[in-house]
Design a protein around this ligand. Sequence first.
Ligand code: NDP
Ligand code: 2IT
Length: 460
Amino acid sequence: MKMLEKVEENQTEIVKEYVNRLYKKVQQRNPNEMEFQQAVKEVLDSLVPVLVKKPIYMKQAVLERLIEPERLISFRVPWVDDKGKVQVNRGYRVQFSNAIGPYKGGLRFHPSVNASIIKFLGFEQILKNSLTGQPIGGGKGGSDFDPKGKSDLEIMRFCQSFMTELSRHIGADIDVPAGDIGVGAREIGYMFGQYKKLRGAFEAGVLTGKGIGYGGSLGRKEATGYGTVYFVEEMLKSQGLSFKGSTVVVSGSGNVSIYAIEKAIQFGAKVVACSDSCGYVFDVNGINLETVKRLKEVENKRISEYVNDHPEAIYQEGCSGIWAIPCDIALPCATQNEVNKEAAEMLVSNGVKAVGEGANMPSTQEAVDTFMEHHVLFAPAKAANAGGVAVSALEMAQNSARLAWTLEEVDAKLQGIMKEIYNKSLKASVDYDAPGNLVVGANIAGFVKVADAMIEQGVI
Ligand code: NDP
Ligand code: 2IT
């Protein structure tokens, strides 16, 4: 017995060295791409136990292959603004892995978009999509275009130009984009229209998140936020806890945040704060979701305007202050690295019991470490926000079958998928000696399926 333990210890050291070497290579090959490096490091570190137990993954250089995108496309997006001036943005699509299905992942329009952001998102998407149990590979794209302050016609011209180039690279069985920050049903509609015109065919399955009237799925709009809450409820249940009667803080006020707030309220929670990139609102009576929906989904206004309708609420400039509000459950649903060590410490000192990541990589590594040290229940993004892409895959299935399911059918499937992701992640954490650590569990459960498919398909 002692002997066996010693062998495993040695093997662990060998794997750790291997993983460190790989990470150094990633740093050298992708200099200055901090977000991509961060996302890869987290995954590499959590895969150590699986590489110890299954050395074939090292022998077959699965990780070396997985951390190198199959291709990264970067292209010019010229468009004409309302003043007649020519503007030029940069577009991206990273096609990271199609080991288990067509590349699949959203498009982000935000001035901060660069190769590092797109690659971190695309890399995480591989494992997230695998966790959903649906046949979808990993991809991501977007542009440094800033939709803020643009007219509807400017948005349309930009989307058309973006799709003119992107259309060469996508297809229902090749690569299927959807929305992300700055890309919702309106943008998907303009891009779908342009794709259809260029192809001369109605290929519904080329994009997801479409309008309900032309091939979109009921429940897709709500799926990410609802899915996050379903996942966190499952995690809370394991400790005899629940959303019911709890106080919740949700960052952001976009697509993911709005439907996370909606489901948390339906589950009996009081959501006391939400935010946008300028500041946050705190409403001791509970955030009025109808006001947030009107401001954000209809009028395109700042969250600061919330206090006009609700004078009892408080608006504060700046994003990080939201994490100083005492709560039982925190749902970061805005953007990457929005929860740093200081924010995590603040949440912990105020007695937070659970954190669920609706956004992609919203917690820094130090923040995650802080939550773990203090035994805060932690639902990592790849697992907790997978509901959006899962329902995208259901949209693809409906498009292929030329059918449309009811909202109840889609929602029931989403609940089943989120439960299954929770169970898979928990089981992997137990099997690989990190019981309850869902970061490790989700990464391993997502990875194994992709890695096995890669081995079965040979070195390509
Ligand atoms: P939206 O564009 O609908 O909303 C984004 C929200 O986050 C807005 O409130 C926005 O504020 C805020 N925000 C964006 N960037 C920043 C920033 N740099 N600093 C502070 N706040 C910021 O996007 P989504 O709701 O779709 O996406 C939110 C997160 O969820 C992202 O991390 C995305 O990758 C992730 N996600 C989205 C999925 C989806 O289906 N849409 C699926 C899975 C994950 P403002 O309006 O002021 O910019
Ligand atoms: O990060 C994500 O999972 C998304 N933005 C959704 C991707 C999708 O294809 O629905």
